[in-house]
Design a protein around this ligand. Structure first.
Ligand code: MF3
Ligand code: CO
Length: 247
């Protein structure tokens, strides 16, 4: 079942979204050569708790941390570790979710560590554009497939591949609600979008093949060819003429 949020509920989700956006800004400011992904996680968690919110990922199906920190060939769900140190030239996807007063918000960005290769830069920009193109379609009367195909087209245009193993999702009183928001489309279809539907749109683009495998830790998803991957995500509220990005 898909839920349309009232104005009061939207206010709660916006408040959660504000915290997520601040956490991403804080992590971005900390990113530098030599810092561990565990330290990024600790700082993020501290900020979330100090804001009166809860980290949404910690304990979710046993996930052990408050953020996902996905380095280079890691697509998503990179588990922070004191042994994983950022190095100049790396790219790192940072994914954050919070729960505030019973409502969730979820977002991700891919950051550069210092100067990165031209190809890495292109991948980051293309994935960011994929998110923007998808969000642009998130208006009442369109369908989920309009979001999906806009994302997929952006990947193809730039010569990258869209990951199909993970999808965007409805969000609200749970981190994951219906509907699913795939990053590819097999044709027009899917649910019609309506004002007040809250979605997490999250393209993941790979430099090489789209295939993904999960490491033995049960979480860390990597590209099967070891090439780079980037991830951007925003929580949005579908609107009549345009979507509202709340993260
Ligand atoms: N943004 C991701 C998602 O929607 C993050 C989930 S990490 C998890 O699935 F640990 F919570 F699973
Ligand atoms: Co998500």
């Amino acid at each position: 079942m898909t839920i349309l949020r009232t104005e009061e509920e939207r206010e709660q989700i916006r408040a959660a979204g504000k915290i997520v956006a601040r956490v991403l800004g804080l992590v971005e400011d900390l990113i530098q050569d030599g810092i561990s992904t565990d330290l990024l996680d600790k700082k993020a968690e501290e900020f979330i708790v100090d804001s009166g919110a809860e980290p949404a990922f910690k304990g979710y199906r046993g996930y052990p941390a408050s953020i996902c920190a996905s380095l280079n060939e890691v697509v998503v769900h990179g588990v922070p570790s004191s042994k994983i140190l950022l190095r100049e030239g790396d790219i790192i996807g940072v994914d954050v979710g919070v729960k505030l007063n019973g409502f969730f918000a979820d977002a991700a960005r891919t950051f550069k560590v210092g100067d990165v290769s031209g190809e890495a830069e292109k991948l980051i920009q293309a994935t960011k554009h994929g998110l923007e193109a998808g969000v642009k379609e998130a208006v009442a009367g369109n369908r989920i497939s309009d979001i999906s195909s806009a994302i997929q087209k952006t990947a193809r245009k730039s010569g990258f591949s869209e990951v199909r193993a993970f999808v965007g999702h409805g969000i609200g009183r749970n981190l994951h609600e219906s509907p699913e928001v795939p990053n590819w489309s097999s044709g027009a279809g899917g649910q019609v979008l309506r004002d007040g539907l809250v979605l997490a749109v999250e393209p993941m683009f790979n430099q090489g093949v789209r295939d993904v495998r999960v490491n033995p830790d049960g979480w860390t998803a990597v590209t099967t060819d070891g090439k780079l991957s980037a991830h951007f995500e925003d929580t949005i509220i579908v609107g009549v003429s345009k979507a509202e990005v709340i993260t």
